[in-house]
Design a protein around this ligand. Structure first.
Ligand SMILES: Cc1ncc(COP(=O)(O)O)c(C=O)c1O
Length: 373
């Protein structure tokens, strides 16, 4: 089955009980069991699993090509579920350009526990090899990365990780499985903030892990989700499943619009550099062409006039909304250095854009007036 067909149908089978074409939503927190607690209909309690989540997890596993998927209450709950498995004395490698929440979790939670985080430029494979020689439990990749939109070689990172007995986890939030399939490239786990492109409408928080193998590690994380309780509600699962079905169609528009906007920004005299892998001058362009089927809807720019210019442009934009998050229908802009907190490494002159589904001519006109002196 082709990917677009899978996206429409995975987890969305016609309801056997009623014939409903749209997937049903089940709100029940509890499911009948036998007198000695024996399962009758497979399910027991909503914190463990529920029918709407089962459908969503089936869809996520099918779309990423994994054996098992677990849905979480947020992307950060999914991040924490993996990182919580690291023990005192263990080391792990994290992309030096990555989502600020992951970096903050490492700096504020894992450090207290005696887990050593090594940040490294994952585009520099020699640096990754050198950093791995001390022994690593985990390699955490993010490609394209947030907010500098860097591209790293997932297949090579998997080889390096496996040579050291480590797992490769790939945050695939920016690319989505429409554009990139890390498990096929050798990653062991894919992580998503489904809040972004999967939800697609800026109205549902969620996260997911998709495992290449349904092994003991996946089961251990499922147990921790049950005990930690960071689970996805039926309504959130239902909205996210609805998002899966239109994901490929939406991604095509996000990509086409972002390419147009990036080309415009690339020629603007106020813009020092555009970070978009679809531009031939982007250092990861050739690699992105090879491991992705499109360049995505996220881009960032660095302005010649420093922080002041970045804030001026952000304040003058009318159609782009100043807001955090990404992957919705509406275009967003954000000065990441202002919002990422104490562990931010974002340049002061950087603005990140989530390119939405509007007409790109309107987006370009808005940028043109905001960039005008
Ligand atoms: C790349 C990336 N990973 C993880 C997260 C965390 O996800 P959530 O906000 O759903 O907890 C985000 C959120 O912005 C993100 O952009």
């Amino acid at each position: 089955m082709k990917f677009d067909t899978l996206a429409v149908h995975a987890g969305a089978e016609v309801d056997r009980e009623t014939g409903a074409v749209a997937p049903p939503i089940h709100l029940s927190t509890t499911f009948r069991h036998g007198p000695a607690g024996e399962l009758v209909d497979e399910l027991e309690y909503q914190r463990d699993d529920h029918p709407t989540q089962r459908r969503l997890q089936a869809a996520l596993a099918a779309l990423e090509g994994g054996e098992r998927a677990l849905a979480f209450a947020s992307g950060m709950a999914a991040v924490a579920a993996v990182l919580d498995t690291l023990q005192c004395g263990q080391r792990w490698l994290l992309a030096d350009d990555c989502y600020a929440g992951t970096r903050t979790f490492a700096a504020e939670v894992l450090s207290e526990r005696g887990v050593e985080t090594v940040t490294v430029d994952l585009a520099d494979l020699d640096a990754v090899r050198a950093a791995s020689t001390g022994g690593v439990a985990l390699l955490w990749a993010e490609s394209p990365s947030n907010p500098r939109i860097r591209i790293s070689d997932i297949a090579e990172l998997a080889r390096i990780a496996h040579a050291h007995g480590a797992l490769l986890v790939c945050d695939n939030t920016f690319a989505t499985p429409v554009l990139q399939k890390p498990l096929q490239l050798g990653a062991d786990i894919v992580m998503h903030s489904t809040t972004k492109y999967f939800g697609g409408h800026s109205d549902v928080l969620g996260g997911a892990l998709v495992f290449a193998r349904n092994d003991d590690f996946a089961e251990r994380i499922a147990q921790r989700r049950l005990l930690g309780g960071a689970v996805l509600s039926p309504f959130s699962a239902w909205l996210t499943l609805r998002g899966c079905r239109s994901l490929p169609a939406r991604m095509r528009v996000h990509c086409a619009n972002a390419a147009r906007v990036a080309e415009f920004l690339d020629t603007h005299p106020e813009v020092e550099v555009v970070h978009y892998p679809g531009l031939p001058a982007h250092p990861g362009h050739a690699l992105a062409k090879q491991q992705m089927s499109g360049f995505g809807g996220m881009l960032s720019i660095q302005l010649r006039g420093g922080r002041e210019a970045a804030l001026r442009v952000a304040s003058k934009l009318k159609l782009f909304i100043n807001a955090t998050s990404l992957g919705g229908c509406e275009s967003l802009v954000e000065h990441r250095a202002s919002v990422e907190g104490t562990h931010s490494t974002s340049p002061q002159n950087l603005l990140r854009f989530s390119i939405g589904l509007e007409d790109p001519e309107d987006l370009i006109a808005d940028l043109q007036q905001a960039l005008a002196a």
